[in-house]
Design a protein around this ligand. Sequence first.
Ligand SMILES: O=P(O)(O)OC[C@H]1O[C@H](O)[C@H](O)[C@@H](O)[C@@H]1O
Ligand SMILES: [Fe+2]
Length: 193
Amino acid sequence: MSQELTVKPFSMYFDLISGMSNERSTTKRHLSNMRGMFSNGEALEAMIEKENSLMYEFFELEMPEKDGHLLFGTSIVYPGKVGNEYFMTKGHFHTILDTAEVYYCLGGKGYMLMENPEGDWIAEEMTPGKAVYVPGRYAHRSINVGDEPMITFFVFRADAGHDYGTIETKGYRKLIVENEGKVEIVDNPKWGV
Ligand SMILES: O=P(O)(O)OC[C@H]1O[C@H](O)[C@H](O)[C@@H](O)[C@@H]1O
Ligand SMILES: [Fe+2]
């Protein structure tokens, strides 16, 4: 094994309530990083003009991108809406499509929205204590439908990679929106366009 592929055993502390670690810094996605992801682009621009606030952040550890290694961390999606659509992550397929991921919800309330290229989709509810298995081939996006930050711990194969292109061009088949105070899963009218 070459030197750069050697990883010594290590541990990392995450706060169970906030999901944060003071040992590293997070990658941050602000409203302006989410252009094109929400169905109501005008609502997003209006919000950015007022304040380009933080939508979510997550820990991206540096691990050798080699099969056999695992990458883990936490992700924190803040509460809010763009138009009637809840704050969410961009979502992605894995570049090595057939690689899975596990998420464990530590706090908040939301959904893991998943869909595969064959058209199967499912929105798995995420509440504290719930572990969600995202099988290979499924794009995955975390959506916060509550009033608190939605915090998850995740683990996936370190060389899986992130494919954002498909979601950026086609979007998701489904949207999670608020309708008269209730959470609803609706068809994305712009899907594939
Ligand atoms: O990559 P995004 O879709 O923006 O989501 C942000 C992050 O969310 C999760 O926690 C994943 O496990 C990360 O790999 C991902 O990068
Ligand atoms: Fe992933």
